[in-house]
Ligand binder design. Structure first.
Ligand SMILES: *Cc1c(COP(=O)(O)O)cnc(C)c1O
Length: 391
């Protein structure tokens, strides 16, 4: 019997064997010529994955929260006005973070499970002179997806920098950074990028780099200061040795491997695969009679799904039963409804087999906790949905 289960949480995700073996190789020096080459190549490939041919990529050891801090610390100065669009826990985190860096923050908070209306965002942009806005593309606490393409356009029209928390979307949901006018798109290695936790990743637009260069005050954070990291990123791309803080050497080897895999699939194909499989998963969940936290279909993410427990089902017990079937899913995260729903990540190298296995485990789990369900019903609906998408 295999001694492993299928990890279907919104990060860390299942990692590809070639990525894990790249990470498992003996650690090299951070200035070894082959490592410099791998790091430089990873930076170049980030521009392709982000669809940001003129962007400036940064790779810094840390989690996604550090990626948020890299954006916040470098683009705000005390007194700057910032608009935070919040669709859950991670939007609220940005409010806290920007306030810590001295920004005067206005938050537009969506109703739970809903997106924010574009007119409401435009009204806010019109009523004050903001330096930047932040938007969580997919808030991992609600699985609500925001229309970042339209928000990017709005921000450009009002001359406001747009920062996209794409931790749960980059390399899964469609993002065309340059075409959509997004100034910072940030993520972390352990989500759809497909590398174990430990790397904060972002790409900044030329406009964001100009805003950084014209700061009046130095950045208050030492480790997060772009002024420290920019020469390092440039050196790696120019294939020259450099040092500020020791890079996470093994993870960068994994990043190079995973980004190569992502770029080889092709971004449009990758977005389409996530879309197809997310639809199939939701069709399965719906066929089992379960509801979603994200209310409108167009607001439901392709990288994860937040599913409501059926009434009278003990959530903690259900998750244990699903785990007994070999699939690990995540509990609720949003404090208002924490005990009412669970989350299933389906991003990265996700395939149809993973979706069917997960639905099967959910069906069996539901049966074991006394919910009446015809086993196979969700799996059949998912297969029907997926085959509709086959051309
Ligand atoms: C996971 C996540 C974060 C935080 O990333 P960490 O690596 O846990 O620090 C931020 N924003 C979103 C949307 C996320 O999904």
């Amino acid at each position: 019997m295999k001694d492993r289960s299928l990890l279907m949480i919104p990060g860390p995700i299942e990692f590809e064997p070639d990525v894990l073996s790249a990470i498992g190789a003996p650690t090299t020096s951070h200035v070894a010529p082959d490592f410099i080459d791998a790091f430089g190549r990873a930076l170049e490939t980030m521009r392709k994955v982000w669809l940001s041919p003129n962007g400036q990529p940064f790779v810094v050891a840390g989690s996604g929260t550090l990626a948020m801090e890299l954006a916040g610390a470098n683009l705000t100065e005390p007194g700057d006005r910032a608009l935070v669009l919040s669709t859950g826990v991670f939007g609220d985190r940005f409010e806290d973070l920007l306030t810590r860096h001295g920004a005067r923050v206005t938050v537009l908070k969506a109703e739970l499970g809903e997106t924010l209306d574009l007119n409401q965002i435009e009204d806010a942009l019109r009523s004050d002179s903001y330096k930047l806005l932040t938007v969580t593309h997919v808030d991992t606490s609600t699985a609500v997806r925001m229309p970042v393409r339209e928000i990017g356009k709005l921000a450009s029209r009002y001359g406001v920098l747009s920062v996209v928390d794409g931790v749960c979307s980059v390399a899964g949901e469609e993002i065309r950074q340059e075409e959509w006018g997004l100034d910072v798109v940030l993520t972390a290695s352990q989500k759809a990028i497909g590398v174990p936790p430990g790397l904060a990743l972002l790409v900044a637009s030329p406009r964001a780099m100009e805003a950084f260069t014209s700061r009046k005050e130095p950045v208050r954070s030492y480790y997060a200061d772009w002024a420290k990291w920019l020469p390092i990123m440039r050196a790696y791309e120019d294939r020259r040795p450099s040092y500020f803080g020791t890079p996470a050497v093994n993870l960068v080897w994994g990043l190079d491997t995973s980004l190569h895999r992502i770029a080889s699939e092709g971004m449009s194909d990758r977005f389409a695969r996530h879309d197809l499989l997310a639809r199939a998963f939701r069709a399965g969940i719906e066929a089992l009679g379960l509801g979603f936290v994200a209310k409108a279909d167009r607001a439901r993410a392709n990288t994860l799904t937040a599913c409501r427990y059926p009434l009278d089902v003990d959530g903690a017990k259900l998750l244990r039963e699903i785990a007994r079937e070999g699939v690990i899913v995540a509990g609720g995260l949003h404090p208002d409804i924490k005990a009412e729903y669970f989350r299933v990540g389906h991003m990265g190298s996700i395939c149809q087999g993973d979706i069917l296995t997960t639905l099967g485990a959910i069906e069996m789990g539901l049966r074991r906790v006394g919910y009446k369900v015809e086993v196979g019903r969700g799996v059949a609906a998912a297969l029907a949905s997926a085959s509709d998408g086959v051309v």
